[in-house]
Ligand binder design. Sequence first.
Ligand SMILES: Cc1cc2nc3c(=O)[nH]c(=O)nc-3n(C[C@H](O)[C@H](O)[C@H](O)COP(=O)(O)O)c2cc1C
Length: 416
Amino acid sequence: MTQKNIILGITGGIAAYKTPELVRRLRERGADVQVVLTRSAREFVTETTLQAVSGLPVRSDLWDKGAEAAMGHIELARWADLILIAPATAEIMARLASGSAPDLLTTLCLATEAPVLIAPAMNHVMWKNPAVQENRDKLISRGVRILGPASGDQACGETGPGRMLEPNEIVAAVMAPLAVPDIVQAPLAGMTVMITAGPTREAIDPVRYITNRSSGKMGFALAVAARQAGAKVILVCGPVSIPAPEGVECINVESARDMFAATHARIDDVNIFIAAAAVADYRAVDEKTGKIKKSTDELSIALVKNPDILASVDRMHNGPFTVGFAAETDNLGDYARSKLESKRLNMIVANLVGKNIGFDADENAVEVFWLGGEQSFPLADKRQLAQDLIALIAERYLQGINADTQTELPIMMVRD
Ligand SMILES: Cc1cc2nc3c(=O)[nH]c(=O)nc-3n(C[C@H](O)[C@H](O)[C@H](O)COP(=O)(O)O)c2cc1C
């Protein structure tokens, strides 16, 4: 693990009561944790507790003469391999987004070259406030990783998105990209997983295109989960506004034909192919070279079918284990089973799409089908769902290998 020195910034939210537990979990994984509290955080959790669990004096004051004489704020910023802020209030997000540095924690964030991760926690109405969402987007665009928030019951008695992730989920996210794969916890060690994600854009003319509502979140979450399961991950990604996950090779494409070409350029070494992208079924027959003028009351655009990437991979001789996605607004099971059979996929993940579910949402609920079996996954955060799906895909894939070879377990499953 290279993330040995962690600054844990704690800000003034109710979820601060969970941070002593978070410090303990991080230390169990071998990290040295320097706690930095904001003034408001001190209302929620005591320095004494945090000092006891971290084994280091807690820092909170930028103007602490003793601390500045020893490891001052610049040295502390250099010391850190990673800064984690949990819980992160709406207020700290605003300060980070604006680049202001009125206190020790924000000064450290500006003065460090280490990755900054934040785990927001706040009332769901606050979280949905456009100002908070704008700050979130701004931070993402600057490379800050946002962990959560999760949905569920809140301290205020209401329900919705805004809960801080649980300490063990935060630790998993912090440690995952660089964790050394263990043969039992990493069932896909030694495997290459290719995942397509996001929408495609089909140009009509130089300024207009056909696309869909896919955000890429499900595919990206699957990429993170596959990486955590030990796989080498290639993410072939349409135009999205979320940052590429760490430790994953990301190939950016625009149209369905680009995605087809990028997929086939690398497919030969792939063990598992997961087609999570919402590839446009059709494109304009004739992409205009000049902008179409507003000269007629009606305009028809002739469309032609795009190549079917999933089917083309599935038809390959000795091709990879294929997992398709089906997004439907109704008759989910019937459609998914017929797609499983007609395309002869190994598995299909079917999800209902509609308001607040599926496309462009943080949560999803899916049904997974394979020959002779099915499993339902209830509504959950896409990252959690992705971990469960990757576990199931790995299980089915490895069972297939064992059945094919009729020999011993493959090497990555052997222990003792
Ligand atoms: C009882 C109480 C609970 C609070 N809980 C939260 C919270 O969960 N999330 C949040 O963003 N702000 C919360 N606030 C507001 C913040 O404490 C306030 O915005 C403060 O200025 C944050 O400062 P800091 O980010 O420097 O810690 C809470 C305030 C109070 C009085």
